[in-house]
Design a protein around this ligand. Structure first.
Ligand code: HEM
Ligand SMILES: *[C@@H]1O[C@H](CO)[C@@H](O)[C@H](O)[C@H]1NC(C)=O
Ligand SMILES: *[C@@H]1O[C@H](CO)[C@@H](O)[C@H](O)[C@H]1NC(C)=O
Length: 504
């Protein structure tokens, strides 16, 4: 009896003890959270920071990264709004003057890249996209010089794209005007350009292994902004043990990295330092120059990550833009006709389009710009991170703050565009001449501006004019094409089928 009572008391005590302990731990965590979440003086205003266990109620999982759009942020808080995405403290910037100031004034040092746990797992902090500081400067400078040596801004780049455009046109001809989904042919062709520059090879459109890789790129692009990856980035130490789409993304990234590593290993086997064939060869040579310098960033990890960055960034963005372009042509037949008339006048049917034609084709050029404005594939740009404490427009931005810029607001600003929500190439024309617009920043601005802008613009022009030179794009009979987008790190159209009707 006494013994039983004794053990009951012990159990009670233990239970109480546990509860007290848990309660104490909870209060302590809240206190830590409170300390961590205190906003510094003059920090931009925004929705209140909730304690860590409540923050999910604030998020909107229909939006990339769960950004809470349900509140009208700009109306309520102004052009600099602080948003806390879990442990990530970010500020969303709206309006051309402030965006220009934040992204391109070196005094503010908004030149670093935020590193979320999922990307860190794959890239550490290496490569072109995720690196910061001296390492980024070295990698970026080298990549730019090398891309230039292998054709950027030279005739040979045009030739690479022209040859690929010819192959793609032939592949589309095989569809004989019947409805087809152009997605993976286009992404294969676009990817072949960056592959030929970095790996020294292109891949046939029926290469099963390469098509698999393109599917991984597509899958990563769409899953990475979803709920599961967001949760992983907030609570990696828990999520890494749970199954879910975030595990698929991690697996996909690892496969893509493995593919690049294998290409690099193959290069090492028949590498001749005196005759660099491509980006990888040039990088291997650069590494030998820095072998004795331990603080140099030209190492194996940066080689793999920079190459993977070029492959990834050089594939999805441009091919998605081209898929939007076909949709906008099929849904705006009068505009498509005008582009074709300009092609017939300036290039004709026998010549292959080249970037030299662009200056003589203001209408086509305006249409491509309008496609990029409407498609707006990176609506909040790529995130940046503040490198040192700074003040912008009277607000204090501490080192480490993530900066997002609202490109949608810029590209759809009713004060800037005559018909902001309608496809209208006149936005980029004045008296029949092409007109540049300041509120058009699909490639961003500043020191970290898209590294492939020139390449992407050449690709968009040559592929697009080659398409319209040979085909008229139409919705399949009795079908209506949708301009809805599919959520992802890059906003792409929902899959569609289209008819490429040969012209005469
Ligand atoms: C229509 C096509 C493209 C669009 C709209 C686009 C857009 C962008 C944007 C908005 C950024 C972020 C810039 C910033 O942080 O301010 C970026 C970065 C980057 N892009 Fe592109 N891009 C395109 C095509 C390409 C291509 C073809 C390449 C291949 C070379 C490429 C390589 C990169 C790289 C390596 C970065 C990271 C640069 C850095 O962090 O220093 N992009 N791109
Ligand atoms: C070593 O590399 C660092 C970083 O790239 C550079 O600043 C430094 O000048 C290099 N030192 C030598 C001796 O080359
Ligand atoms: C960006 O601006 C657009 C247009 O003003 C708005 O609809 C959207 O909610 C804004 N995005 C964010 C993340 O606040």
């Amino acid at each position: 009896m006494l013994a039983a009572l004794g053990s009951l008391a012990a159990a009670l005590w233990a239970g109480l003890h546990l509860k007290t302990l848990l309660l104490a731990a909870f209060i302590f965590l809240c206190f830590l959270d409170y300390l961590r979440n205190r906003r510094p003086k003059n920090y931009p205003p925004g929705p209140p920071r909730l304690p860590f266990f409540c923050m999910f109620f604030q998020m909107d999982f229909e939006q990339p990264f769960g950004i809470p759009l349900r509140v009208r942020l700009v109306e309520k808080y102004g052009n600099m709004v602080s948003l806390d995405l879990g442990p990530i403290h970010s500020v969303l910037v709206t309006g051309l003057p402030l965006i220009k100031e934040v992204l391109s004034n070196p005094d503010h040092g908004v030149v670093n890249r935020p590193v979320v746990p999922l990307r860190k797992l794959i890239f550490k902090r290496s490569g072109l996209f995720l690196s910061s500081g001296q390492e980024w400067k070295e990698q970026r400078r080298f990549a730019l010089t090398t891309l230039r040596n292998f054709g950027l801004g030279k005739k040979s780049l045009d030739e690479r794209i022209q040859e690929e455009a010819r192959n793609l046109v032939e592949a589309i001809q095989e569809e004989k005007g019947q409805p087809f989904d152009p997605q993976f042919k286009i992404s294969n062709a676009v990817s072949n350009i960056i592959c030929s520059i970095t790996f020294g090879e292109r891949f046939e459109y029926d290469n099963v292994q390469f098509q698999e890789l393109l599917k991984l790129v597509d899958e990563v692009t769409h899953l990475e902004v979803g709920l599961w990856c967001l949760l992983y980035n907030i609570l990696p130490w828990i999520m890494k043990f749970l199954p879910g789409p975030h595990q698929t993304v991690i697996r996909d990234w690892k496969k893509l990295k493995m593919f690049v590593s294998q290409v690099i290993e193959n290069h090492k086997k028949d590498w001749n330092p005196d005759e660099p064939r491509d980006f990888i060869d040039a990088y291997l040579k650069e590494m030998t120059k820095h072998t004795s310098n331990l603080s140099s960033s030209f190492d194996e990890e940066n080689l793999v990550c920079s190459t993977l960055d070029l492959f990834f960034a050089g594939t999805e963005t441009t091919s998605t833009t081209l898929r939007w372009a076909l949709l906008y042509m099929a849904t705006n037949p009068e505009i498509q006709e005008k582009v074709q008339a300009e092609i017939d006048k300036v290039i004709g049917q026998s010549q292959v389009p080249s970037t030299a034609n662009r200056d003589h084709m203001p209408y086509t050029n305006a249409v491509i710009h309008e496609v990029q404005r409407m498609a707006n594939i990176l609506p909040i740009n790529a995130g940046r991170e503040v490198a040192f404490d700074t003040n912008v427009d009277g607000y204090f931005l501490p080192k480490g703050t993530m900066i997002l810029t609202n490109l949608t607001a810029l590209h759809r600003d009713p004060k800037e565009w005559a018909t902001p929500d309608t496809f209208n190439p006149e936005h980029f024309l004045e008296n029949g001449q092409f007109k540049k617009r300041e509120s058009f920043l699909p490639f961003s601005i500043g020191k970290r501006v898209c590294l492939g802008e020139q390449l992407a613009r050449a690709e968009l022009f040559i592929f697009f004019t080659s398409f319209l030179q040979k085909f008229t794009f139409r919705a399949p009979p009795n079908e209506k094409l949708s301009l809805k987008f599919r959520m992802g790190a890059v906003l792409s159209p929902v899959s569609y089928r289209i008819c490429a009707v040969p012209r005469e």
